[in-house]
Design a binder for this molecule. Structure first.
Ligand SMILES: Cc1ncc(COP(=O)(O)O)c(C=O)c1O
Length: 461
């Protein structure tokens, strides 16, 4: 017998098995509690309604409940019914990771990649959701345009032109579920068109190199020198992936002559530039560096994401494509990957000005964080040089040669998660950029910032 039971808002698949209904039901319930499918404190249906749902005698259910109460799995109290006992469950602790911290995560966190999630603009986002849903026509809830909702593509086209200098119209935009998804689609398309190699920066994210490799592309690191990535020379690569506004993780902006030179390379060879503009809105001490795509929208794909400006969990990203690539990207499953409701909400967030307000406030907060990091290091560990801080949400702390591993280990002893620079080095990169920490200073919530900074200073040499 397999039944779904939906009383009291509980929806649980129960499969009483074995000889005898009472025994079968007892075993199925015990298993549901033991494995954590029924969590401590959950109120069970009355024996009458469960019996009705399962089509069995009420006494059978009452007997099964009594057995489990006697065994300590359930409790019964006058007036509050039968519940899963508070500490009934010898559930293995790893089955259900704490919602606050993934298993193994340390309490202090300076791993780059995540903005301060506690400052996500929940109230404004909710308001935008409500307004967007109220205004949406019925057909917005259908499958719609594979590139994404026109409201969002229009809002993005305006925003990207105004803030990042991107040259586009809504027709060239495809909404995707974050940068990584966009990159995946582009690699698939490139490979299907016969491409074999993707030139990448010598330091970057292995997750992105892995995506390319899974699509059948070999990643080849570009050389770098004291001025940054030698992007002007992707050689025989079919395409090049760059973070020109703020190199991840080293932190510099691609120099103007190298920007021009890599665009020349693309025009000359028919190569494609994939521009990763992951944190383009966060500029502090210098004039914003506009999108490289502005130089040649027919040879540069611009990729943006809400992962730094809002939250990575939204899985919202966008691509601005050369017209020649658009049909293939759509054919490879671009678009329709993000819930219409999230798309409409982001469109409303952008057009109402809430996005600009949020980014401005976040920029101010992160700038203060960065300044406090710089000041603390200058007074407490003056030998550590800090670079790559004009923009973005992370800084690079230069360490004495040969100390990176021991500093990362010392940070662990201080309950601090932080990554060394070497972790971001492409395996085929010849020369290393030296020992350093890559510090994601946006990650901790405000209340934890001071203690996280203390932990960092204690770990540094
Ligand atoms: C260099 C770089 N690019 C892009 C992203 C954004 O990726 P996604 O939009 O898939 O969350 C990140 C996030 O950590 C990043 O560090």
């Amino acid at each position: 017998m397999a039944e779904r039971w939906a009383t009291f808002g509980i929806d649980l698949h129960l499969e009483p098995t074995g000889p005898g209904l009472r025994r079968g039901l007892t075993d199925a319930l015990r298993e549901a509690v033991r494995t954590g499918r029924l969590t401590p404190g959950t109120r069970l249906p009355s024996s009458r309604s469960l019996a009705a749902d399962l089509g069995i005698a009420r006494n059978t259910v009452a007997d099964a409940y009594a057995d489990l109460i006697a065994e300590g799995w359930l409790t019964a109290r006058q007036g509050s019914g039968t519940r899963v006992a508070d500490r009934a469950v010898p559930t293995p602790p790893t089955r259900r990771p704490s919602p606050r911290r993934a298993p193994g995560r340390l309490p202090y966190d300076l791993v780059p990649g995540t903005p301060d999630l506690s400052s996500f603009p929940r109230a404004e986002w909710l308001k935008a959701t409500r307004r967007a849903l109220a205004a949406a026509p019925h057909d917005a809830l259908g499958y719609g345009d594979p590139r994404g909702r026109p409201e969002l593509r229009t809002a993005l086209a305006d925003y990207l032109a105004r803030v990042r200098g991107v040259r586009t119209d809504p027709e060239r935009i495809v909404v995707c579920s974050g940068f990584a998804h966009g990159l995946h689609l582009l690699c698939e398309v490139l490979r299907a068109r016969g491409a074999r190699t993707l030139a990448v920066e010598s330091y970057g994210l292995d997750a992105h190199w892995d995506l390319a490799a899974r699509a059948g592309l070999t990643t080849v690191p570009l050389p770098f020198d004291s001025l940054g990535t030698r992007a002007q020379d992707p050689g025989a690569a079919d395409a090049v992936l760059l973070s020109p506004a703020h190199q991840f993780p080293l932190g510099g902006a691609l120099r103007p002559e190298r920007r021009a030179a890599v665009v020349d390379w693309a025009r000359r060879t028919g190569g494609l530039i994939l521009e990763d503009d992951y944190d383009g809105e966060f500029r502090y001490d210098r004039q914003a560096v506009g999108a490289l795509q502005n130089l040649d929208p027919d040879h540069v794909v611009y990729l943006g994401t809400a992962s730094k400006s809002l939250a990575p969990g939204l899985r919202l990203g966008w691509m601005v494509l050369p017209p020649s690539l658009l049909p293939d990207v759509v054919a490879h499953g671009g678009g329709r990957s993000v819930s219409v409701l999230e798309q409409l909400t982001l469109a409303e967030f952008l057009t109402s000005g809430a996005y600009d307000r949020h980014v401005r406030a976040a920029r101010l907060r992160y700038r203060r964080r960065r300044d406090s990091l710089v000041e603390s290091l200058a007074t407490r560990v003056p030998d550590v040089r800090i670079t790559g801080i004009a923009a973005g949400l992370h800084a690079v702390l230069r360490l004495p040669p040969g100390t990176e591993r021991s500093v990362v280990q010392a940070a662990t002893w201080q309950n601090l998660a932080v990554h060394g620079l070497s972790r971001f080095r492409h395996p085929a990169t010849g020369t290393a950029a030296g020992d350093a920490l890559v510090v994601g200073y946006a990650t901790p919530p405000d209340h934890a910032w001071a203690s996280t900074l203390d932990a960092l200073c204690r770990a540094l040499p």
